[in-house]
Write a protein that binds this ligand. Sequence first.
Ligand code: ARG
Length: 483
Amino acid sequence: MASEESSDVVRRDRFSGGPARGFLSSMADDERIFAADLATDRAHVVMLAEQGIVDDEEATAILSALDEVEQAGFDALPDGEDVHAAIETAVINRVGDVGGKMHTARSRNDEVATCIRYRLREDVLDMVEATLGLRKSLTEVAETHAETVMPGYTHLQPAQPTTVGHYLLSYEQAVARDTARLFDAYGRVNRSPLGSAAFAGTPFDVDRERTAELLGFDGVAANSMDAVSSRDFLVEVVAALANLATTVSGLAEDLVVFSNKGLVELSDDYSSTSSIMPQKKNPDTLELVRATAGDAAAGLNGLLTTLKGLPRAYNRDLQNATPHAWETVDAVSEAVAVAAGAAATATWDEDALAEAAGEGFSTATGVADLLAMVGVPFRKAHEMVASAAETGSDYAALDAAAEEILDDSLSAYVEREAVEAALDPAESVASRDSTGGPAPEAVAAGLTEAKETVAADETTLADARGALAETADRLDEEVSRYA
Ligand code: ARG
Protein backbone atom coordinates (compact mmCIF):
# COMPACT_ATOMS: atom_id res chain seq x y z
CA MET A 1 0.00 0.00 0.00
CA ALA A 2 3.05 2.22 -0.42
CA SER A 3 1.74 4.48 -3.12
CA GLU A 4 -1.77 5.12 -1.84
CA GLU A 5 -1.06 8.59 -0.53
CA SER A 6 -1.36 10.53 -3.78
CA SER A 7 -4.34 12.85 -3.90
CA ASP A 8 -7.73 12.13 -5.44
CA VAL A 9 -7.24 12.03 -9.20
CA VAL A 10 -10.56 13.72 -9.79
CA ARG A 11 -10.17 16.66 -7.41
CA ARG A 12 -6.43 17.21 -7.79
CA ASP A 13 -5.05 20.21 -5.92
CA ARG A 14 -7.45 22.81 -7.20
CA PHE A 15 -10.54 21.07 -5.81
CA SER A 16 -8.99 19.50 -2.77
CA GLY A 17 -12.27 19.97 -1.01
CA GLY A 18 -11.19 22.53 1.53
CA PRO A 19 -13.42 22.87 4.55
CA ALA A 20 -16.26 21.10 2.68
CA ARG A 21 -14.19 18.00 1.98
CA GLY A 22 -16.14 15.71 4.27
CA PHE A 23 -19.43 17.26 3.26
CA LEU A 24 -18.78 16.48 -0.39
CA SER A 25 -17.71 12.93 0.24
CA SER A 26 -19.97 9.91 -0.08
CA MET A 27 -17.25 7.52 1.10
CA ALA A 28 -19.11 6.74 4.32
CA ASP A 29 -22.01 5.29 2.32
CA ASP A 30 -20.04 3.89 -0.59
CA GLU A 31 -18.75 0.67 0.97
CA ARG A 32 -22.07 -0.80 -0.06
CA ILE A 33 -21.19 -0.30 -3.72
CA PHE A 34 -17.49 -1.21 -3.53
CA ALA A 35 -17.96 -4.62 -5.17
CA ALA A 36 -20.43 -3.13 -7.64
CA ASP A 37 -17.90 -0.50 -8.67
CA LEU A 38 -15.16 -3.08 -9.20
CA ALA A 39 -17.51 -5.13 -11.42
CA THR A 40 -18.55 -2.00 -13.30
CA ASP A 41 -14.92 -1.01 -13.83
CA ARG A 42 -14.05 -4.51 -15.07
CA ALA A 43 -16.96 -4.69 -17.50
CA HIS A 44 -16.15 -1.22 -18.80
CA VAL A 45 -12.45 -2.02 -19.33
CA VAL A 46 -13.22 -5.34 -21.06
CA MET A 47 -15.59 -3.48 -23.39
CA LEU A 48 -13.02 -0.72 -24.03
CA ALA A 49 -10.49 -3.39 -25.03
CA GLU A 50 -12.96 -5.26 -27.21
CA GLN A 51 -13.80 -2.03 -28.99
CA GLY A 52 -10.14 -1.17 -29.47
CA ILE A 53 -10.49 1.96 -27.34
CA VAL A 54 -7.69 0.69 -25.08
CA ASP A 55 -5.23 -1.99 -26.16
CA ASP A 56 -5.01 -5.40 -24.53
CA GLU A 57 -1.87 -4.61 -22.50
CA GLU A 58 -3.49 -1.50 -21.11
CA ALA A 59 -6.59 -3.48 -20.19
CA THR A 60 -4.41 -6.14 -18.57
CA ALA A 61 -2.59 -3.59 -16.44
CA ILE A 62 -5.83 -1.92 -15.30
CA LEU A 63 -7.62 -5.20 -14.61
CA SER A 64 -4.73 -6.56 -12.54
CA ALA A 65 -4.65 -3.33 -10.54
CA LEU A 66 -8.38 -3.73 -9.90
CA ASP A 67 -7.71 -7.24 -8.54
CA GLU A 68 -5.17 -5.80 -6.12
CA VAL A 69 -7.57 -3.06 -5.08
CA GLU A 70 -10.20 -5.69 -4.39
CA GLN A 71 -7.75 -7.80 -2.38
CA ALA A 72 -6.69 -4.82 -0.28
CA GLY A 73 -10.35 -4.07 0.50
CA PHE A 74 -12.46 -0.98 0.90
CA ASP A 75 -10.67 0.24 4.02
CA ALA A 76 -7.34 0.33 2.17
CA LEU A 77 -8.64 2.74 -0.48
CA PRO A 78 -6.91 6.09 -0.72
CA ASP A 79 -8.86 9.13 0.27
CA GLY A 80 -11.35 10.14 -2.38
CA GLU A 81 -14.50 12.11 -2.91
CA ASP A 82 -16.28 8.84 -3.47
CA VAL A 83 -15.55 5.17 -4.09
CA HIS A 84 -15.29 5.77 -7.84
CA ALA A 85 -12.57 8.39 -7.49
CA ALA A 86 -10.83 6.39 -4.77
CA ILE A 87 -10.66 3.22 -6.86
CA GLU A 88 -9.44 5.15 -9.88
CA THR A 89 -6.79 6.82 -7.72
CA ALA A 90 -5.75 3.42 -6.34
CA VAL A 91 -5.44 2.00 -9.86
CA ILE A 92 -3.32 4.93 -11.04
CA ASN A 93 -1.19 4.66 -7.89
CA ARG A 94 -0.49 1.05 -8.81
CA VAL A 95 0.04 1.14 -12.57
CA GLY A 96 0.73 4.78 -13.32
CA ASP A 97 -0.71 6.84 -16.14
CA VAL A 98 -2.19 3.91 -18.01
CA GLY A 99 -4.63 3.63 -15.11
CA GLY A 100 -6.00 6.97 -16.23
CA LYS A 101 -7.46 5.26 -19.31
CA MET A 102 -9.98 3.40 -17.18
CA HIS A 103 -12.30 6.40 -17.07
CA THR A 104 -12.35 6.83 -20.87
CA ALA A 105 -15.85 7.21 -22.29
CA ARG A 106 -17.69 7.34 -19.01
CA SER A 107 -18.47 9.63 -16.11
CA ARG A 108 -19.05 9.06 -12.45
CA ASN A 109 -22.66 9.89 -13.27
CA ASP A 110 -23.31 6.79 -15.34
CA GLU A 111 -20.90 4.86 -13.14
CA VAL A 112 -22.71 5.54 -9.87
CA ALA A 113 -26.12 4.92 -11.40
CA THR A 114 -24.82 1.56 -12.64
CA CYS A 115 -23.34 0.67 -9.26
CA ILE A 116 -26.55 1.50 -7.40
CA ARG A 117 -28.64 -0.64 -9.73
CA TYR A 118 -26.10 -3.47 -9.63
CA ARG A 119 -26.09 -3.56 -5.84
CA LEU A 120 -29.80 -2.93 -5.45
CA ARG A 121 -30.58 -6.04 -7.46
CA GLU A 122 -29.08 -8.14 -4.67
CA ASP A 123 -30.92 -6.17 -2.03
CA VAL A 124 -34.23 -6.56 -3.84
CA LEU A 125 -33.68 -10.31 -4.10
CA ASP A 126 -32.77 -10.46 -0.40
CA MET A 127 -35.97 -8.60 0.38
CA VAL A 128 -37.94 -11.02 -1.79
CA GLU A 129 -36.38 -13.83 0.23
CA ALA A 130 -37.37 -12.08 3.46
CA THR A 131 -40.99 -11.84 2.29
CA LEU A 132 -40.90 -15.53 1.38
CA GLY A 133 -39.60 -16.38 4.86
CA LEU A 134 -42.46 -14.49 6.43
CA ARG A 135 -45.01 -16.04 4.10
CA LYS A 136 -43.73 -19.51 4.91
CA SER A 137 -43.99 -18.92 8.68
CA LEU A 138 -47.49 -17.54 8.28
CA THR A 139 -48.58 -20.43 6.08
CA GLU A 140 -47.14 -23.08 8.40
CA VAL A 141 -48.86 -21.68 11.47
CA ALA A 142 -52.04 -21.14 9.43
CA GLU A 143 -51.97 -24.82 8.53
CA THR A 144 -51.45 -25.91 12.13
CA HIS A 145 -54.30 -23.69 13.25
CA ALA A 146 -56.46 -23.93 10.14
CA GLU A 147 -59.52 -24.71 12.25
CA THR A 148 -58.63 -22.98 15.50
CA VAL A 149 -61.54 -20.64 16.12
CA MET A 150 -60.67 -17.12 17.17
CA PRO A 151 -62.46 -13.81 17.49
CA GLY A 152 -62.29 -11.51 14.48
CA TYR A 153 -62.41 -7.78 15.10
CA THR A 154 -63.51 -4.66 13.33
CA HIS A 155 -62.83 -1.33 15.04
CA LEU A 156 -61.01 -3.55 17.54
CA GLN A 157 -64.47 -4.69 18.76
CA PRO A 158 -65.47 -8.37 18.61
CA ALA A 159 -67.12 -8.74 15.21
CA GLN A 160 -67.41 -12.29 13.88
CA PRO A 161 -65.60 -15.50 14.74
CA THR A 162 -62.96 -16.64 12.31
CA THR A 163 -59.97 -19.00 12.50
CA VAL A 164 -56.29 -18.45 13.14
CA GLY A 165 -55.68 -20.04 9.73
CA HIS A 166 -57.93 -17.55 7.99
CA TYR A 167 -56.45 -14.66 9.92
CA LEU A 168 -52.81 -15.56 9.18
CA LEU A 169 -53.50 -16.24 5.51
CA SER A 170 -54.87 -12.71 5.27
CA TYR A 171 -51.34 -11.45 5.97
CA GLU A 172 -49.77 -14.06 3.73
CA GLN A 173 -51.81 -12.75 0.81
CA ALA A 174 -50.87 -9.16 1.51
CA VAL A 175 -47.17 -10.01 1.77
CA ALA A 176 -47.43 -12.07 -1.45
CA ARG A 177 -48.34 -8.83 -3.21
CA ASP A 178 -45.25 -7.22 -1.70
CA THR A 179 -43.17 -10.03 -3.18
CA ALA A 180 -44.83 -9.40 -6.53
CA ARG A 181 -44.18 -5.66 -6.32
CA LEU A 182 -40.51 -6.30 -5.57
CA PHE A 183 -40.19 -8.65 -8.54
CA ASP A 184 -41.91 -6.09 -10.71
CA ALA A 185 -39.55 -3.33 -9.57
CA TYR A 186 -36.59 -5.66 -10.14
CA GLY A 187 -37.23 -5.67 -13.88
CA ARG A 188 -36.93 -1.90 -14.02
CA VAL A 189 -33.91 -1.77 -11.70
CA ASN A 190 -32.14 -4.28 -13.91
CA ARG A 191 -31.16 -1.95 -16.78
CA SER A 192 -27.73 -0.53 -17.42
CA PRO A 193 -26.98 3.21 -17.50
CA LEU A 194 -23.31 2.56 -18.28
CA GLY A 195 -22.04 4.33 -21.38
CA SER A 196 -24.32 7.33 -20.89
CA ALA A 197 -21.27 9.23 -19.62
CA ALA A 198 -22.08 12.56 -17.93
CA PHE A 199 -25.55 12.57 -19.55
CA ALA A 200 -24.80 13.36 -23.17
CA GLY A 201 -23.29 10.15 -24.40
CA THR A 202 -19.77 9.82 -25.76
CA PRO A 203 -18.03 10.07 -29.12
CA PHE A 204 -16.16 6.83 -28.38
CA ASP A 205 -17.49 3.73 -30.07
CA VAL A 206 -18.73 2.16 -26.84
CA ASP A 207 -20.86 -0.96 -26.84
CA ARG A 208 -23.46 -0.32 -24.18
CA GLU A 209 -25.26 -3.60 -24.80
CA ARG A 210 -22.00 -5.42 -24.13
CA THR A 211 -21.37 -3.81 -20.74
CA ALA A 212 -25.02 -4.41 -19.88
CA GLU A 213 -24.55 -8.07 -20.73
CA LEU A 214 -21.26 -8.34 -18.82
CA LEU A 215 -22.98 -6.97 -15.74
CA GLY A 216 -26.05 -9.17 -16.11
CA PHE A 217 -28.48 -6.37 -16.86
CA ASP A 218 -31.53 -7.12 -18.99
CA GLY A 219 -30.57 -4.34 -21.37
CA VAL A 220 -29.64 -0.66 -21.32
CA ALA A 221 -31.45 2.30 -19.81
CA ALA A 222 -31.42 3.87 -23.24
CA ASN A 223 -31.75 7.63 -23.08
CA SER A 224 -28.44 8.78 -21.65
CA MET A 225 -29.93 11.79 -19.88
CA ASP A 226 -32.67 9.69 -18.25
CA ALA A 227 -30.16 6.98 -17.39
CA VAL A 228 -27.98 9.23 -15.21
CA SER A 229 -30.73 11.44 -13.79
CA SER A 230 -33.55 9.10 -12.85
CA ARG A 231 -33.87 7.43 -9.50
CA ASP A 232 -37.49 6.34 -9.81
CA PHE A 233 -36.19 2.77 -9.58
CA LEU A 234 -35.13 3.60 -6.03
CA VAL A 235 -38.52 5.14 -5.32
CA GLU A 236 -40.43 2.09 -6.42
CA VAL A 237 -38.29 -0.32 -4.44
CA VAL A 238 -38.53 1.84 -1.32
CA ALA A 239 -42.27 2.31 -1.89
CA ALA A 240 -42.69 -1.46 -2.08
CA LEU A 241 -40.73 -1.77 1.16
CA ALA A 242 -42.76 0.96 2.86
CA ASN A 243 -45.89 -0.89 1.81
CA LEU A 244 -44.48 -4.15 3.16
CA ALA A 245 -43.42 -2.52 6.43
CA THR A 246 -46.88 -1.01 6.80
CA THR A 247 -48.53 -4.40 6.32
CA VAL A 248 -46.15 -6.02 8.77
CA SER A 249 -46.77 -3.25 11.31
CA GLY A 250 -50.43 -4.31 11.31
CA LEU A 251 -49.46 -7.90 12.00
CA ALA A 252 -47.19 -6.72 14.82
CA GLU A 253 -49.95 -4.58 16.29
CA ASP A 254 -52.41 -7.49 16.16
CA LEU A 255 -49.99 -9.74 17.99
CA VAL A 256 -49.37 -7.05 20.60
CA VAL A 257 -53.12 -6.75 21.15
CA PHE A 258 -53.70 -10.51 21.11
CA SER A 259 -50.95 -11.10 23.63
CA ASN A 260 -52.44 -8.37 25.76
CA LYS A 261 -55.76 -10.25 25.68
CA GLY A 262 -54.04 -13.54 26.53
CA LEU A 263 -54.94 -15.09 23.19
CA VAL A 264 -51.37 -15.62 22.10
CA GLU A 265 -48.07 -15.86 23.93
CA LEU A 266 -44.87 -14.71 22.33
CA SER A 267 -41.83 -16.88 22.80
CA ASP A 268 -39.25 -15.51 25.22
CA ASP A 269 -36.87 -15.00 22.30
CA TYR A 270 -39.14 -12.31 20.95
CA SER A 271 -40.05 -10.73 24.26
CA SER A 272 -38.35 -8.33 26.59
CA THR A 273 -38.70 -7.46 30.22
CA SER A 274 -38.71 -4.44 32.45
CA SER A 275 -35.71 -3.13 34.30
CA ILE A 276 -37.89 -2.47 37.35
CA MET A 277 -41.00 -4.64 37.16
CA PRO A 278 -39.79 -8.21 37.58
CA GLN A 279 -43.04 -9.84 36.46
CA LYS A 280 -43.12 -8.17 33.03
CA LYS A 281 -42.92 -9.90 29.68
CA ASN A 282 -43.28 -7.30 26.99
CA PRO A 283 -43.73 -7.58 23.23
CA ASP A 284 -40.90 -5.11 22.51
CA THR A 285 -39.71 -6.80 19.35
CA LEU A 286 -43.12 -6.43 17.79
CA GLU A 287 -43.29 -2.82 18.86
CA LEU A 288 -40.02 -2.22 17.02
CA VAL A 289 -41.37 -4.07 14.00
CA ARG A 290 -44.39 -1.76 14.16
CA ALA A 291 -42.10 1.27 14.39
CA THR A 292 -40.16 0.21 11.32
CA ALA A 293 -43.10 1.27 9.18
CA GLY A 294 -42.21 4.79 10.33
CA ASP A 295 -38.59 4.36 9.28
CA ALA A 296 -39.64 3.04 5.88
CA ALA A 297 -42.13 5.87 5.35
CA ALA A 298 -39.37 8.29 6.34
CA GLY A 299 -37.05 6.67 3.80
CA LEU A 300 -39.64 7.03 1.06
CA ASN A 301 -40.36 10.59 2.03
CA GLY A 302 -36.65 11.42 2.23
CA LEU A 303 -36.12 10.00 -1.20
CA LEU A 304 -39.07 11.74 -2.84
CA THR A 305 -38.36 15.11 -1.30
CA THR A 306 -34.69 14.88 -2.28
CA LEU A 307 -35.66 14.07 -5.86
CA LYS A 308 -38.50 16.56 -6.14
CA GLY A 309 -37.82 19.37 -8.57
CA LEU A 310 -34.33 18.25 -9.53
CA PRO A 311 -33.53 19.64 -12.94
CA ARG A 312 -32.04 17.51 -15.70
CA ALA A 313 -29.43 16.11 -15.70
CA TYR A 314 -27.15 14.93 -12.89
CA ASN A 315 -27.17 16.92 -9.66
CA ARG A 316 -25.20 16.13 -6.56
CA ASP A 317 -28.42 15.90 -4.56
CA LEU A 318 -28.62 12.40 -5.98
CA GLN A 319 -25.73 11.39 -3.78
CA ASN A 320 -27.94 11.97 -0.74
CA ALA A 321 -30.90 10.14 -2.22
CA THR A 322 -29.23 6.73 -2.30
CA PRO A 323 -28.68 6.18 1.45
CA HIS A 324 -32.43 6.51 2.03
CA ALA A 325 -32.80 3.35 -0.02
CA TRP A 326 -30.02 1.44 1.75
CA GLU A 327 -31.33 2.39 5.17
CA THR A 328 -34.86 1.35 4.27
CA VAL A 329 -33.67 -1.98 2.91
CA ASP A 330 -31.73 -2.70 6.09
CA ALA A 331 -34.47 -1.63 8.47
CA VAL A 332 -37.26 -3.48 6.68
CA SER A 333 -35.33 -6.68 6.10
CA GLU A 334 -34.52 -6.95 9.79
CA ALA A 335 -38.09 -6.19 10.82
CA VAL A 336 -39.56 -8.73 8.40
CA ALA A 337 -37.20 -11.45 9.65
CA VAL A 338 -38.12 -10.68 13.26
CA ALA A 339 -41.84 -10.67 12.43
CA ALA A 340 -41.44 -14.05 10.74
CA GLY A 341 -39.64 -15.47 13.77
CA ALA A 342 -42.14 -14.05 16.24
CA ALA A 343 -45.10 -15.37 14.22
CA ALA A 344 -43.51 -18.80 13.84
CA THR A 345 -42.78 -19.23 17.54
CA ALA A 346 -45.83 -17.68 19.20
CA THR A 347 -48.21 -20.00 21.04
CA TRP A 348 -51.90 -19.65 20.29
CA ASP A 349 -54.06 -20.44 23.33
CA GLU A 350 -56.87 -22.47 21.80
CA ASP A 351 -59.08 -22.40 24.90
CA ALA A 352 -58.76 -18.67 25.37
CA LEU A 353 -59.37 -18.13 21.66
CA ALA A 354 -62.50 -20.32 21.68
CA GLU A 355 -63.80 -18.51 24.73
CA ALA A 356 -63.15 -15.08 23.24
CA ALA A 357 -64.56 -16.09 19.84
CA GLY A 358 -68.13 -15.94 21.15
CA GLU A 359 -67.74 -12.71 23.10
CA GLY A 360 -69.74 -9.63 22.23
CA PHE A 361 -72.52 -11.60 20.48
CA SER A 362 -70.06 -12.20 17.64
CA THR A 363 -72.41 -14.70 15.99
CA ALA A 364 -75.22 -12.18 15.55
CA THR A 365 -74.59 -11.75 11.82
CA GLY A 366 -75.01 -15.49 11.32
CA VAL A 367 -78.48 -15.39 12.88
CA ALA A 368 -79.49 -12.50 10.63
CA ASP A 369 -78.10 -14.44 7.63
CA LEU A 370 -80.18 -17.45 8.65
CA LEU A 371 -83.39 -15.42 8.64
CA ALA A 372 -82.46 -13.78 5.35
CA MET A 373 -81.97 -17.23 3.85
CA VAL A 374 -85.63 -18.08 4.52
CA GLY A 375 -86.80 -14.90 2.89
CA VAL A 376 -86.82 -12.28 5.64
CA PRO A 377 -85.31 -9.14 4.05
CA PHE A 378 -81.78 -8.85 5.43
CA ARG A 379 -82.45 -5.33 6.71
CA LYS A 380 -85.41 -6.59 8.73
CA ALA A 381 -83.40 -9.54 10.07
CA HIS A 382 -80.62 -7.12 11.01
CA GLU A 383 -83.11 -4.95 12.91
CA MET A 384 -84.49 -7.97 14.74
CA VAL A 385 -81.10 -9.32 15.85
CA ALA A 386 -79.96 -5.81 16.81
CA SER A 387 -83.03 -5.52 18.99
CA ALA A 388 -82.25 -8.88 20.63
CA ALA A 389 -78.66 -7.74 21.22
CA GLU A 390 -79.93 -5.03 23.51
CA THR A 391 -81.12 -7.63 26.00
CA GLY A 392 -78.96 -10.69 25.40
CA SER A 393 -77.33 -13.05 22.97
CA ASP A 394 -79.20 -16.29 23.56
CA TYR A 395 -82.18 -17.98 21.99
CA ALA A 396 -84.64 -16.42 24.42
CA ALA A 397 -83.52 -12.90 23.58
CA LEU A 398 -83.78 -13.65 19.87
CA ASP A 399 -87.21 -15.20 20.21
CA ALA A 400 -88.54 -12.20 22.12
CA ALA A 401 -87.15 -9.86 19.49
CA ALA A 402 -88.74 -11.95 16.72
CA GLU A 403 -92.14 -11.59 18.36
CA GLU A 404 -91.63 -7.88 18.56
CA ILE A 405 -90.07 -7.10 15.18
CA LEU A 406 -91.28 -9.99 12.97
CA ASP A 407 -94.65 -10.44 14.68
CA ASP A 408 -94.09 -14.16 15.12
CA SER A 409 -92.01 -16.59 17.13
CA LEU A 410 -88.55 -17.30 15.85
CA SER A 411 -89.44 -20.97 15.30
CA ALA A 412 -92.04 -19.86 12.76
CA TYR A 413 -89.09 -18.89 10.56
CA VAL A 414 -86.25 -21.27 11.38
CA GLU A 415 -85.76 -24.36 13.49
CA ARG A 416 -84.38 -23.78 16.92
CA GLU A 417 -81.50 -26.18 16.15
CA ALA A 418 -80.37 -24.05 13.24
CA VAL A 419 -80.41 -20.94 15.41
CA GLU A 420 -78.43 -22.67 18.13
CA ALA A 421 -75.90 -23.77 15.50
CA ALA A 422 -75.60 -20.25 14.15
CA LEU A 423 -74.90 -19.06 17.70
CA ASP A 424 -72.00 -21.47 18.04
CA PRO A 425 -68.69 -19.86 16.97
CA ALA A 426 -67.30 -23.02 15.33
CA GLU A 427 -70.53 -23.67 13.42
CA SER A 428 -70.67 -20.03 12.49
CA VAL A 429 -67.18 -20.30 10.98
CA ALA A 430 -68.03 -23.54 9.18
CA SER A 431 -71.07 -21.96 7.56
CA ARG A 432 -69.07 -19.14 5.96
CA ASP A 433 -67.66 -21.18 3.13
CA SER A 434 -67.66 -18.56 0.38
CA THR A 435 -64.41 -18.30 -1.60
CA GLY A 436 -61.67 -16.96 0.66
CA GLY A 437 -63.86 -17.31 3.74
CA PRO A 438 -62.96 -18.87 7.10
CA ALA A 439 -64.73 -22.23 6.69
CA PRO A 440 -62.30 -25.18 6.82
CA GLU A 441 -62.60 -26.03 3.11
CA ALA A 442 -62.13 -22.41 2.06
CA VAL A 443 -59.06 -22.10 4.31
CA ALA A 444 -57.72 -25.38 2.91
CA ALA A 445 -58.02 -23.94 -0.60
CA GLY A 446 -56.29 -20.76 0.59
CA LEU A 447 -53.47 -22.82 2.07
CA THR A 448 -52.98 -24.72 -1.17
CA GLU A 449 -52.86 -21.53 -3.15
CA ALA A 450 -50.47 -19.88 -0.71
CA LYS A 451 -48.09 -22.83 -0.89
CA GLU A 452 -48.21 -22.90 -4.68
CA THR A 453 -47.55 -19.17 -4.94
CA VAL A 454 -44.67 -19.37 -2.47
CA ALA A 455 -43.14 -22.24 -4.46
CA ALA A 456 -43.51 -20.35 -7.75
CA ASP A 457 -41.96 -17.22 -6.23
CA GLU A 458 -39.09 -19.31 -4.85
CA THR A 459 -38.39 -20.58 -8.34
CA THR A 460 -38.42 -17.06 -9.77
CA LEU A 461 -36.05 -15.96 -7.01
CA ALA A 462 -33.69 -18.89 -7.59
CA ASP A 463 -33.64 -18.14 -11.32
CA ALA A 464 -32.80 -14.48 -10.72
CA ARG A 465 -30.06 -15.39 -8.25
CA GLY A 466 -28.74 -18.02 -10.66
CA ALA A 467 -28.59 -15.45 -13.46
CA LEU A 468 -26.60 -13.05 -11.25
CA ALA A 469 -24.18 -15.78 -10.17
CA GLU A 470 -23.69 -16.85 -13.77
CA THR A 471 -23.03 -13.26 -14.76
CA ALA A 472 -20.37 -12.89 -12.09
CA ASP A 473 -18.67 -16.07 -13.30
CA ARG A 474 -18.82 -14.95 -16.92
CA LEU A 475 -17.32 -11.56 -16.08
CA ASP A 476 -14.49 -13.30 -14.19
CA GLU A 477 -13.90 -15.44 -17.23
CA GLU A 478 -13.78 -12.48 -19.60
CA VAL A 479 -11.42 -10.64 -17.26
CA SER A 480 -9.16 -13.69 -17.00
CA ARG A 481 -8.43 -13.44 -20.74
CA TYR A 482 -6.37 -10.35 -19.92
CA ALA A 483 -4.20 -12.02 -17.28
N1 ARG B 1 -20.72 10.05 -5.47
C1 ARG B 1 -21.62 10.62 -6.42
C2 ARG B 1 -23.04 10.10 -6.24
O1 ARG B 1 -23.26 9.27 -5.44
C3 ARG B 1 -21.20 10.37 -7.83
C4 ARG B 1 -20.31 11.43 -8.29
C5 ARG B 1 -20.80 12.23 -9.40
N2 ARG B 1 -20.26 13.52 -9.14
C6 ARG B 1 -20.32 14.58 -9.90
N3 ARG B 1 -19.83 15.65 -9.42
N4 ARG B 1 -20.84 14.59 -11.08
O2 ARG B 1 -23.95 10.56 -6.88
